[in-house]
Design a binder for this molecule. Structure first.
Ligand code: PLZ
Length: 447
């Protein structure tokens, strides 16, 4: 066993890339070997490191390597790892009480988080919220609420969608490998509609919406449909930004047909896209919105927020869970939500997005099919220059080589041919620029 060096995390960490060993170094290799012997093989990892501290825009490993973080633990640490406000709130709450179960003895933190969510999410209608532990659990509950409120059962999700790994959310998720293969049977009454994917379908937003609505009306029937769920920027599916007009047309059709429009903002929420919530870019006000990830600075918390008349349709006792809205997670969320506003992280996300777009604008490479995204949720899609077919080999080679050079970068996309950038919103310009330079160099080497 290797003793991990004691390093305090948070923004005080030296903001630099530093390779003390090859990656993985000996201590990380030890941990990865122990992982192989102790952790179920189904649980993978992207970067083969043993993380011991993180903050600002870096992750430190047990060998003393300092890696630039362009992933935020999949869009979670928007306020940066171990933000002092979050650390302080967590410590204070842990010393006060760690758990009562909100359904047994309610406490103020849970109520305050719901008040903040009702205030921050799009729309000035009367809202209610309920808290859960994970994104998938929030999505499950949004569907439960929509079904109960409408008395209908069918749910429509889209091509390239990702909504989680539980049984109902696997049914909603589009991609078979690795999320669904071998794990069926899946929940019934889930239907899939074509999304707007401008690079590949060439359709305008309204035309793509008309295509989806026609499919829904013919194959499901509006009178049977409880809810339509969509990520305003599709995340795991490839950072797909639907063409302008697509989301509003779908939301309008839902309103006209008594269908609950659910925005899954689990990845896009909390300043990530250069708006507090991504729906704002399209002027769409969802009936229900699911949130998680960025909500609590790294602690597990998720929520469903929405129109009071829909949320309150469920009988008392119909929603809940032992840990949902845990007091420590709520304290962290209240601190994190304050940080997003006080540190101007919405504007910072837009600035980060511009820097990433500018960096790739100067890269002339025919394998780049598109550079797209919103704010600090940017991606590069790779295609075969001759055929336009997806090129997952380049995406994977670039990600691997970048990690070996001390830059954590994630891939995504139904075809695995997209690299995505989700830096902490607290990353500095210079560190971001260095991280992007490493990725661009890795692309040049990957021929
Ligand atoms: N909805 C839009 O992005 C989680 C998945 C990582 P949980 N995305 C990261 C993986 O491989 O498991 C996600 C999302 C959207 C729902 C979820 C699910 O959130 O907190 O992972 O359950």
């Amino acid at each position: 066993m290797t003793a991990a060096p004691l390093v305090a995390g948070g923004p005080g960490l030296a903001q630099r890339r530093h390779l003390a060993t090859a990656i993985p170094g000996p201590a990380s290799q030890d941990l990865i070997a122990r992982k192989g012997a102790a952790v179920a093989a189904g649980v993978g990892h992207t970067a083969p490191v043993s993380a011991v501290a993180a903050g600002g825009g870096v992750v430190i490993d047990a060998d003393g390597n300092s890696l630039i973080d362009l992933g935020s633990g999949i869009a979670v640490t928007g306020v940066g790892n171990s933000h002092p406000a979050v650390v302080e709130a967590v410590a204070a709450q842990a010393a006060q009480f760690t758990h009562t179960c909100f359904m047994v003895s309610p406490y103020e933190g849970y109520v305050a988080v719901c008040e903040e969510l009702n205030r921050l999410t799009p729309g000035d209608h009367e809202k209610r919220s309920a808290l859960f532990n994970s994104g998938a659990e929030a999505v499950e509950n949004a569907i439960k609420i929509a079904r109960h409120a409408t008395g209908r059962q069918a749910v429509v999700a889209f091509d390239h969608a990702y909504h989680g790994r539980t049984n109902l959310t696997m049914a909603l998720t589009a991609k078979a490998m690795p999320y669904k293969s071998g794990f069926g049977p899946f929940a019934p009454e889930v239907y899939r509609a074509p999304v707007s994917y401008p690079l590949h379908d060439g359709l305008s937003g309204p035309d793509a919406a008309a295509r989806a609505i026609s499919m829904i009306e013919k194959q499901v029937g509006a009178s049977q449909l409880a809810a339509v769920i969509i990520e305003p920027v599709l995340g795991e599916g490839g950072f797909i930004v639907p063409a302008p007009g697509f989301l509003p047309a779908i939301a309008d059709w839902c309103r006209a047909n008594g269908v609950v429009f659910i925005a899954d903002e689990i990845q896009t929420g909390f300043a990530r896209t250069g708006a507090m919530f991504a729906c704002e870019h399209d002027g769409v006000v969802p009936d229900l919105i699911t949130t998680a990830k960025g909500i609590a600075g790294g602690l597990p918390l998720a929520a469903v927020t929405g129109r009071a008349e829909i949320m309150d349709a469920v009988h008392t006792g119909g929603l809940g869970g032992t840990y949902g809205g845990n007091p420590i997670a709520c304290a962290a969320a209240l601190a994190a939500m304050r940080v997003y506003e006080e540190e101007g992280l919405v504007e910072r996300a837009s600035a980060i997005g511009r820097l990433i777009a500018e960096r790739f604008a100067s890269v002339d490479d025919p394998r780049i099919g598109e550079v797209r995204g919103r704010g600090a949720m940017m991606a590069v899609e790779f295609v075969d220059p001759a055929t336009g077919a997806p090129d997952p080999a380049t995406a994977s080679a670039v990600a691997k080589a970048s990690i070996a050079q001390g830059v954590i970068v994630l891939t995504c996309g139904t075809y695995g041919n997209v690299i995505r950038f989700l830096p902490p919103l607290t990353i500095g310009d210079e560190l971001l620029a260095e991280g992007l330079d490493v990725v661009v160099a890795a692309l040049e080497d990957a021929r």
